[in-house]
Design a protein around this ligand. Structure first.
Ligand code: THG
Length: 385
């Protein structure tokens, strides 16, 4: 049930189908805006609201994202700031990816590991200064892990959660729109790099990055109270580019092979199972948490990894619980943790860990969805194309 009160567009979601809001479920500088621009549901990531759907369907939003530009409130991509003389040392022991050659102004996708080489998180790392880094995190409590490490290892660093709220501008028209808003200099930012831009007298960090494969930017917005003004400025300039309010799109994310921590993988998984080994070299000479176990895992080999699955049978129901995946002989060999019908490929698409005897591209398998339909599927490499 949705109650509208006092002429406010703020909704109170009640009952089993909605979130009961409270201070613990943090709002963002843009929550008022997404409410007035037609959000129909939220999820919670890092204890903060993430819009999940708008009035248009996921399919309509998918086509729109591929052709136009969208504004996404991804403030839940919280920053963990590591500041001080030992900052680089601490960041480096948290990840198998070498950061020794990282430049100020650069971003790197870095899996963080625990002592078993289980994945703690898969953030984007930003190097702000020689002794200052941000981890732009997925959904787990990296702030506490980092504070614990700094304290336990007696490092000279401060660990904090700065008041920074990423706003993503995604889609093929994002660059032209951003050039209107921030000037032509925006075009000179390379993929996974950032520069600073003026907004009403404040300095804003803008990176070329984002949780889609359609290109775009992320504004690491600081200045909570100015949030609605930033939204309005982008919206006004965006009208000529057919802008719409959106959110990470499940169809596009799966198609692009972008993984979601907590869904496709958890602390139970290692980087090889997630195809993250392309992001680091194990023979790098730096030390990091989980290195010995990661080497052991490499020697022993893995028995499952994340693959794409294309499957038939008409649009599948929402994947609110994993869909079990079976071999043709009926053995359970995996589970689809994110799945949805892709209107361009005209098939259902899913992401699943698949056991090693079955993970080769082209292998046939069966997927059981909760409408009790057994659907035939085929293993595919990622991204889907
Ligand atoms: N942007 C920012 N922070 C984030 C995300 C983001 N934190 C949470 C979550 N998303 C982290 N997960 C990802 C997953 C994939 C990518 C970024 C963050 C990504 N991958 C590219 C790819 O796979 O093609 C490029 C990776 C590379 O080449 O280094 O962009 O979206 N700020």
């Amino acid at each position: 049930m949705v109650i509208l009160f006092g002429g406010l567009s703020r909704r109170i979601f009640m009952g089993g189908s909605g979130l009961n809001m409270s201070r613990r479920i943090r709002r963002t500088p843009f929550t008022d805006k997404v409410e007035s621009y037609g959000v129909t549901g939220f999820t919670v990531v890092n204890h903060m609201l993430l819009p999940k759907s708008f009035k248009k369907s996921v399919e309509e939003d998918y086509w729109h994202l591929r052709e136009n530009v969208q504004i996404w409130d991804v403030s839940c991509q919280r920053q963990v700031e590591i500041l001080g003389p030992d900052a680089e040392k601490l960041v480096q022991i948290m990840t198998p990816r070498s950061i020794s050659k990282m430049r100020i102004g650069q971003c790197l996708y870095v899996p963080l590991l625990d002592e078993n080489a289980g994945i703690i998180n898969d953030p984007v790392l930003l190097k702000l200064d020689k002794n200052r880094f941000w981890l732009s995190i997925a959904d787990s409590d990296v702030l506490l892990w980092t504070k614990g490490l700094a304290y336990g290892l007696n490092l000279n660093v401060k660990i904090l959660e700065p008041q920074v709220f990423p706003l993503a501008i995604q889609g093929p028209k994002a660059e032209d729109l951003m050039a209107y808003v921030f000037g032509e200099k925006i075009r000179s930012i390379n993929f996974f790099n950032f520069k600073y831009f003026d907004f009403l007298g404040t300095q804003q960090l803008v990176a070329r990055s984002g949780y889609s494969k359609q290109g775009g930017f992320e504004i690491y917005f600081n200045g909570f109270d100015l949030g609605p003004k930033l939204w309005d400025l982008i919206w006004e300039n965006g009208k000529k580019f057919n802008i719409s309010a959106g959110c990470p799109n499940l169809i596009e994310r799966i198609e692009g092979g972008l993984l979601s921590y907590g869904n496709e993988f958890t602390i139970e998984n290692n980087p090889f199972e997630c195809n993250f080994d392309k992001f680091f070299k194990l023979d790098s000479d730096h030390n990091f948490i989980g290195k010995e176990n990661l080497e052991k895992i490499k020697k022993g080999g893995i028995n499952k990894k994340i693959k794409g699955v294309l499957f038939d049978g008409g649009p599948c129901p929402p994947c609110t619980k994993p869909f079990p995946v079976f071999s043709k002989k009926g053995k359970k060999i995996g589970q689809i943790t994110s799945g949805i019908f892709n209107p361009r490929l005209e098939k259902n698409t899913g992401l699943s860990m698949i056991d090693n005897d079955f993970w080769d591209d082209g292998n046939l398998l069966d997927i059981k969805t909760f409408d009790n339909v057994l659907r035939e599927g085929i293993v595919s490499s990622l991204p889907f194309n």
